[in-house]
Design a protein around this ligand. Structure first.
Ligand code: LLP
Length: 408
């Protein structure tokens, strides 16, 4: 078992004790297990086995350079959601052909950048966007590869803020409009439709919506081929969830079992865009107690380092790094910010801690550091990657000078 576990009373990451890491680098501190990332990446890769597939890790989940370099080393490609993410992917060594570009509001500048690079595919969200890509490609005398992001009207049964595949959501082209759009695009010299794409939501723990969206893409591709649009790949997005409370959830094998039989009917190459499933359990946020009063334990990390509890009422396990003896009582674990909703966990049964005690907020490798902010002029936390028995700093803590370097 890789990742975070107990050695006696102490919480460790791949056998490396966390308390010395916090002492050396300060808190709040993100710590990641390279072995967990590798295991989870390989689990997906293995589950799809011999079926033609490519994994484009979704950078939005965590794009710290050392982490995406690690994934690239494992054979991953990249899913970028902005010009910035394309740039970061390039700097991590991904080639344009290894990048798919997704996003509901790509600017003309971002589209131009992706077109100039010649990315594997731009996953387009509307007829208007296709028009903009066509104009930009004509000016450049190139043919751009696009995949149509289809809104399959599938309920992902996840938190409404991270559900994307319903008609009411802002994402994708309505299913019913795709055939006509492809008809209009046939034979156009500057845009080539090479794929279909669907991403119906995130933190999905029921395989049924993922299978249903895949079935929709397979049926649509078959129809388009008959109508004269050759489809090369189906991009079934990301979305595979993780367990935040320790209860069992479907894993990579269940996912492959749900979608592979459907994909086989098409024989088409499949593109996967997992984010959370690969990195969430690989990360923990270390934070120290700065005050204890009444039922509140005030930490030195809050919504600025981890916004998920506040934004989605997300549950993360919060554990003392050194287990303490003593009776437990439900306490609220809160952050230091001037917001009542700045809470990491409510009613957590823990032994009453002392100021200075170190805690770990678990499963924060995805959508943790990437969603951090400077609210209250707080500084971005440092990040450490544990590789084997060694730990190295992969992002230093931000300074006020770093912050003010942008200002005049
Ligand atoms: N592909 C596309 C087009 C996406 O929009 C996303 C995530 C992914 C792939 C990766 O999805 P994953 O495998 O990580 O579920 N901040 C939220 C999650 C937002 C997800 C947005 N899109 C959270 O903290 O739960």
């Amino acid at each position: 078992m890789t990742g975070f576990s107990r050695q006696g009373a102490a919480l460790v990451c791949d056998g490396v004790p966390l308390e010395p890491l916090a002492a050396a680098h300060g808190t709040p501190l993100y710590v990641y297990s390279a072995a967990t990332i590798a295991d989870r990446y390989r689990a997906i890769d293995d589950a799809f086995g011999g079926y033609p597939h490519s994994i484009h890790y979704a950078l939005k989940a965590n794009s710290t350079l050392a982490i995406i370099r690690l994934l690239r080393g494992l054979g991953s490609y990249a899913d970028a959601n902005s010009g910035g993410e394309i740039d970061v992917a390039r700097r991590a060594g991904f080639t344009p052909a290894q990048i798919v570009f997704t996003g509901v509001g790509k600017t003309t500048a971002e589209l131009g950048y992706a077109i100039d690079l010649g990315v594997r595919s731009i996953n387009v969200e509307s007829a208007g966007e296709i028009g903009r890509i066509e104009t930009l490609s004509r000016e450049r005398k190139v043919r751009t590869r696009i995949a149509l992001r289809v809104n399959p009207d599938v309920d992902a049964k996840t938190h409404p803020h991270i559900s994307t595949g319903l008609k009411i959501n802002k994402f994708g082209i309505p299913l019913g409009a795709v055939s006509e759009l492809c008809g209009q695009m046939r034979g156009r010299p500057n845009v080539e439709i090479v794929g279909l794409h669907a991403h119906v939501g995130s933190q999905i723990t029921s395989m049924e919506p993922l299978a249903r969206a895949t079935r929709t893409l397979v049926a649509l591709a078959a129809r388009l081929v008959l109508e004269g649009t050759a489809i090369e790949h189906l991009d079934i997005g990301g979305g595979l969830g993780v367990s935040y409370d320790g209860s069992p959830v479907p894993g990579a094998l269940d996912y492959a079992d749900a979608v592979l039989p459907v994909l086989r009917e098409s024989g088409l190459h499949v593109v996967l865009e997992p984010g959370r499933h690969v990195v969430a359990p690989a990360g923990a946020l270390l934070t120290r107690v700065v005050d204890v009063k009444d039922d509140f334990v005030v930490m030195d990390a809050g919504m600025t380092e981890l916004i998920r509890p506040m934004m989605y009422s997300a549950y993360h396990r919060i554990e003392p790094v050194m287990l303490r003896e003593g009776a437990t009582a439900p306490l609220h674990i809160v952050g230091p910010l001037c917001e009542s909703s700045d809470t990491l966990g409510k009613d957590r049964a823990i032994a009453r801690p002392s100021v200075g005690d170190l805690f770990a907020v678990l499963d924060t490798g995805a959508y943790g550091s990437v969603m951090a902010s400077n609210y209250n002029r707080r500084l971005m936390p440092a990040e450490v990657l544990v590789e084997g028995s060694a730990a190295r700093l992969i992002r230093r803590r931000q300074t006020v000078d770093d912050l003010l370097a942008l200002e005049f």
